[in-house]
Every structure is written in C-alpha cells, then in structure tokens.
Design a protein around this ligand. Structure first.
Ligand SMILES: Cc1cc2nc3c(=O)[nH]c(=O)nc-3n(C[C@H](O)[C@H](O)[C@H](O)COP(=O)(O)OP(=O)(O)OC[C@H]3O[C@@H](n4cnc5c(N)ncnc54)[C@H](O)[C@@H]3O)c2cc1C
Length: 555
C-alpha cells in the first residue's frame, strides 16, 4: 500500500460530524491548527439531533453563530415550540413537558433554546470552522493511531483512491461516534444501562398540513404513547414534513397482550422493517387512518444509555457519542458532545502554547465525565418516564430540572478554586450565583453604549470582572497576567466603559461591590473573591497558576 505523504498537525480530529466539526471550530477559535477526517462524503444527511439547549446556543453565540443558527431554526420550526405526549397527533394529550420551549429562559440567558435539524446545523458549523482555518477531509478514514511520548502517529486512508498517508499530531480528539473505533482500540469500556431498544426513524412528507391536528398545542416534539407503539414526532414548521421515531412496538400478534398495555412485552421494531409496516405505524401515530403520507427514508439505530469509563487515554480524548451515548429523550446527545468540545478546546490551546501545566488536560475527564454520567442517567430517566414506563423506576434517578441540566452543571477539578460547601454536580442557576465551578451568570450590561450580556465578554481568554468598588483587583490584573504569561481581559462592572444600569452584577455573581470574579475561557467561574484583599496581584497570580494547573500555586 502506498503510504503517500506525511503531515504534521497540532490536533487531529477523527470524525467530522456534529462534535468533530464543533471541535474543529472551537480549536480554531483558540488558534489551534486542526485536521478533521471524516469517512462520509459530507455533513449529516438526516435530521437526528434537533433540540438544542441554552448552553449550546450560548457557546455558538460566543463563536459568532447565534444569528445564523436562529435564522435557520426559524425557517424550520416555530421559535417557541412545545414538547408533549399524545396518544396520536389527532388524539388525546397525555402529558405536556414544555408547553413553550422558552418559557422563563430570559431570566437566565441572552440566548434561547431552539429546534434546528442536525443536517442544517452541521453546514453552519463547518462553514465557520473552515472560515477560521480548519482543514476538513471527507471520504477519509483514520485507520490507526500509535501514541509515544511526544505525540500520536496516525494513518489515514483516502477512501476513493485507497491512498494511505501519515499524520503526526500532538493530540487527537476522537469524535468518531457511539461505536467509536478509537475507543475500542484503546480498550476503554462503557458503563450504564446498555441497549434500550432497536429503534427506527421514519422520515416523511404529508400531503396535508398536520399542524391543525395539534389544535392549541405548540408544534415541536410530540411523544406518541399508544398500544401499538412508543416513540416521538418532530414536526417542522410547515406541518407537512418531519420524522417519527419509533422506539418500541407492541406485540400486535398477541391481542390479549396488547389489551394488557402498558405492561406488554415490547418488540424490536427495526428487525425486518418494511415500508408498508412503517406506513402503518406512521398513520397510527398521526391518528388519521387514511392520511396521505410519503416515506422518504427509514433509518435504524440503537437507543443506548452508556458512558465511557475514561474520556482520556494519554494524548487521545473522547468527545461526543464516543464518550457517552444516550437515548434522544431530552435532546442531550449532541448538546453534551458540543459542550465536551468546548471544554477541551481552550485546554488543548493553552497546553500546546506551554501556558498551562500538564494537569490541565486531566481536568477534561475530571469535569466532563461526571457531566456525561449525569446526562446518561437523566436521559435514561426521561426515556423511562416518557417512552418505557414499564421498565419501572427502580434503576432511575430522580429528574433534575432542565435549567439545572442545561446551565447548572458544575465542575469540580483543579481548574477551579472551589469554595467550601459547594454543592456537587448541579445546582439551579438561580442558586449558584457565580459560585466557582458553575457557568458564569448572565446579566445585561452596557458596553460603550451597546447592550451586551456578561456572557458576551467570555469565550477566548480569561476574564476578570471586578465590582464597581473593585478597582484594586482590576488594577492588579494586567501585571498578574503578564507574570504568568496568559491573556486576560479585565473589566470594572459598573464603570463608564461597562455600565451596570440595574446594579445587578455584584449580587448576580455573589460578591460585594469590592469583590471580583475570574472567569475561564469556557465561561465557567474559576475563582471569586467576595471582597477586597490585601495583595491582589499576588492573589491573582496564585489563582491563575492554580487554574492553569501550574505547580502548586494555591491561593
Ligand atoms: C432520532 C435521534 C434524535 C436525536 N435528537 C437529538 C436532539 O434533539 N438533541 C441532541 O443534542 N442530540 C440528539 N440526538 C443525538 C445526536 O444525533 C448525536 O449525539 C450526535 O450526532 C453525536 O455526534 P458525534 O459527532 O459525537 O457522533 P456521530 O454523529 O455519530 O459522528 C461520528 C462520525 O465519525 C465518523 N467516523 C467514525 N470513525 C471514523 C474513522 N475511523 N475515520 C473517519 N471518520 C470516522 C463517522 O462517519 C461519523 O460521521 C438524536 C439522535 C437520534 C438518533
């Protein structure tokens, strides 16, 4: 076999779907050279992910993509859709999970939750990643990875020509999906609830608008619960198209069992699925027996709830479905993966430039694996509650509310200076109020006459926000950052350059007007001082050393 050329790249990304593309975008955002290789010929061809959470939209905003994503979303779906559970689209409503997807979000975020299909989102992320200089290679497979002390030697194969070439990378991000060949090769196991169902997705067009069947319910995601099937619809804005996921079908060959619903044994819908059978299921889920529908495609897939035992092996990092795979209930898979990539990007950037100590990369597993495990459990709980109640609640964890899941998960690692009494893993954003380890809160501010969110100040470098009487912290920041060699922006919130008209900032961030907060490049609070201190420069130096995992710089 011709081994072709050889090239060097700081980070090789294996897999160029949602999470691989996001990793390419965020790494380029931080100036890191990347090459992403993807087996397929282009971005996703099917919708799959469609429900995107507040935190995801916030980080897309920080990379300049919020407007493009919202525009596309509004073409595809009503902006404030709902999520409910019905016997059929035309039938009785059983439960209403989100009457309006965005009820109450403006208290916490400048962004909104939205529906956008994965096959429409991926090209937007890809365009921005390439605009920033990412190299993406399609129809290209990574066939081997060998690590040594200095880097990773990879072999990639052009699937059209069969030509193999070598890539030498400092680090590898494995965004190669739920069956992750890289994870397998590294021998990293998975733990969780295992296989839940063999499922199908029926992509369809209807010859009539299905919207009116919903009466006064908001169009969006509609779970379907009836004796024939368990699954959900995603119905687009036109009401004429969408997809139906069927997770489980009742064993209709045994009427006495169907009659005994909901404790019937559920059958594998994917096995031997035909277009005729899919049509029957689709019509039953719509609830209008003779409705005209055209099936465009049927995809089969496995609903699973598992998390990898480790997210890191030396120089290789697992992200997205390679690291955790969840049933779609709650819309966690792609969101969690995007947030993995966002967490990892700045750590790789600061490690590659030598600013961070080697321990910073360990904090990827320390921070993201607990979030992955929490997410697996919460998606499983939602699967059981919404789709498979017959599984019982013995192995489920109590529901954590959606705001806590989306913007309330917390990090506990050496890259955070934790305060005593910090709660574990998640906290409602109304409670966390700038506590280290939590996402920095949103407050509206006015910067040079323009309204911004505090979140708009974050995303690239460390940021020090001092209260209106925190001038000493602000003055000390440049010298401290210079000594450490790290980029840091510093602001006094409540100053002519950055006005806090409502005076909300100190309370929102849990400090006095003389205090200060240090926010990491991913928008999470790394440290805060409730008040003024005697030696602010020295304190900030020690804090930065600590957050960057450099030596023992304990504050
Ligand atoms: C019906 C359905 C609905 C869903 N709804 C939602 C939702 O509403 N919200 C949400 O957030 N998530 C949702 N998800 C989950 C979401 O689709 C996945 O979490 C997401 O696609 C994971 O992205 P990924 O990039 O990690 O993996 P994948 O999308 O699986 O991509 C992995 C890529 O790696 C490539 N690859 C693998 N090995 C190699 C190799 N050796 N060399 C080169 N390329 C390789 C593959 O070709 C593939 O393109 C849903 C999923 C389904 C099935």
């Amino acid at each position: 076999m011709d081994r072709g050329t050889s090239e060097d790249v700081p980070v090789l990304i294996v897999g160029g779907s949602l999470v691989g593309l996001a990793a390419a975008l965020f790494l380029r955002w931080h100036g890191v050279g990347v090459l992403a290789v993807e087996r397929h010929a282009g971005t996703a061809i099917n919708a799959r992910a469609g429900h995107f959470h507040l935190r995801t939209v916030e980080i897309l905003r920080s990379a300049g993509l919020e407007d493009a994503v919202r525009r596309k979303s509004e073409e595809q779906y009503p902006p404030d859709g709902g999520i409910n559970n019905v016997e059929s689209l035309a039938g009785r409503e059983i439960a209403n999970y989100f009457p309006n997807l965005n009820a109450g979000v403006d208290e916490f975020s400048p962004a909104v939750r939205l529906f956008i299909n994965q096959d429409a989102l991926e090209p937007i992320i890809r365009a921005r990643a390439t605009e920033l200089g990412a190299r993406l290679r399609y129809r290209t497979e990574c066939t081997s990875l060998e690590q040594d002390a200095d880097g990773v030697a990879a072999v990639i194969r052009d699937l059209d020509s069969g030509t193999e070439s070598s890539v030498r990378a400092k680090y590898v991000v494995a965004a190669d999906g739920n069956r992750s060949p890289v994870r397998e090769r590294l021998g990293i196991g998975m733990h969780g609830h295992g296989l839940l169902s063999h499922s199908i997705t029926i992509y369809f067009r209807a010859l009539a608008d299905l919207g009116p069947l919903l009466a006064d319910r908001n169009q969006g995601v509609h779970y379907v619960t009836n004796p024939l099937m368990r699954g959900f619809f995603r119905l687009d804005r036109s009401g004429n198209a969408g997809f139906l996921v069927v997770n489980l079908v009742g064993d209709t060959s045994r009427p006495e069992i169907v009659a005994a619903f909901p404790s019937a044994p559920w059958a594998n819908v994917a096995e031997g699925i035909t277009e005729q059978r899919a049509l029957e299921l689709l019509r039953a889920a719509i609830g209008v027996p003779d409705i005209g529908v055209v099936i465009d495609n049927i995809a089969t897939w496995r609903a699973e709830a598992n998390c990898a035992d480790r997210f890191r092996d030396g120089r290789v990092f697992l992200a997205g479905d390679a690291a955790h795979v969840v049933p779609p209930n709650g819309g966690y898979g792609g969101n969690t993966g995007l947030q993995d990539a966002h967490n990892l990007a700045w750590k790789l950037a600061l490690t590659l430039t030598g600013v961070a100590g080697p321990g910073l990369l360990d904090t990827y597993d320390a921070e993201r694996r607990p979030v992955g495990e929490l997410t697996v459990e919460q998606a499983f709980t939602r699967y059981v509650t919404r789709v498979a109640p017959y599984l019982g609640t013995e192995n489920t964890q109590p529901i954590v509310d959606d705001f806590s899941m989306e913007i309330g998960y917390r990090y506990d690692s050496p890259a955070v200076v934790l305060e005593p009494g910090s709660p574990p893993l998640h906290e409602h954003p109304r409670e966390s109020r700038g506590r280290p380890g939590a996402r920095a809160p949103h407050v509206f501010l006015v910067r040079h006459g323009t309204e911004v969110s505090a979140l708009d100040l974050f995303g690239r470098d460390f940021v020090l926000l001092a209260g209106p009487e925190g001038g000493a912290w602000h003055a000390a920041a440049p010298a401290a950052a210079r000594r450490i060699g790290v980029a840091l922006d510093a602001y006094i919130v409540g100053s002519p350059g950055l006005a806090d008209a409502g005076g909300c900032f100190p309370e929102a961030y849990g400090i006095s007007p003389a205090g200060a907060v240090l926010v990491r490049p991913d928008g999470f609070v790394g440290w805060r001082a409730a008040d003024a201190a005697d030696a602010p420069e020295q304190t900030l130096r020690q804090v930065l050393q600590s957050l960057l995992c450099r030596g023992d710089g304990k504050p």
